[in-house]
Each structure stands twice: as C-alpha cells, then as structure tokens.
Unconditional design. Structure first.
Length: 114
C-alpha cells in the first residue's frame, strides 16, 4: 500500500523578543526551518510521497504546555496590545515560498498549491 506524508505541524519554541530596532531577529528558527525543509526536499527526491507541509504556527499563541513563556510563530504577537510584527523568519519563509525552495539549495520540483 502506498504511503503518503502530510506534515501538519512544524515549529520551534523559543524565547523571542522585539529588539531595540523593533524587529524580532529569530535566527535560531530560520536555522531550524532551513535544515528541516532541506531534509524534506531530499526526502521528496528520494521518493517519499509528501503531499503537504504546514508551518505551525503563523502567530504566537497560548500553548497548553508552556503558556505564553515561549514563542512559536513567525509573527510576533504583543499580548498586551495585540500588535503583530513579522519576525525575520517570516520574511525568510516568504522568500522560500516565492522561490519554491530554490534558496534552500534543494528546490522542490513539484509543488501544488490548493
């Protein structure tokens, strides 16, 4: 029986904060995602039938295990004001999407957008 893979959650919990320049420089998340997506691209080329990938989560949120202590998303959420700030990882990931993974050095040859 053929097996397919759909990755429904891929995230990294870190202690992100807004820097003096107003930005969130989450280089550790970019490193994590680049390694993960590069390995996923290799798995696809090796014949793994990957049908979907979802980066979780878009925005920082309450997490049952750690509450608000760690951040998960690529969009920083100020829990007091509700203001949202794109993290460096959000800008990086938008380039991955725009280039279909080519900036990872291992482009995804066939991606369907639903």
């Amino acid at each position: 029986m053929p097996r397919v893979v759909v990755i429904t959650e891929n995230r990294l919990a870190t202690n992100d904060w807004r820097s003096v320049d107003g930005q969130v420089h989450d280089t550790q998340r970019i490193d994590f995602l680049e390694r993960y997506l590069s390995a996923l691209g290799q798995a696809i080329r090796d014949g793994v039938d990957v049908r979907g990938y979802f980066l979780w989560s878009l925005m920082d949120n309450f997490e049952w295990a750690v509450g608000y202590r760690q951040r998960f998303g690529i969009i920083h959420t100020d829990y007091v004001t509700g203001a949202r700030t794109m993290k460096d990882s959000a800008r990086w990931y938008s380039q991955v999407i725009a280039q279909n993974g080519a900036n990872l050095g291992v482009p995804f040859e066939c991606v369907e957008v639903f």
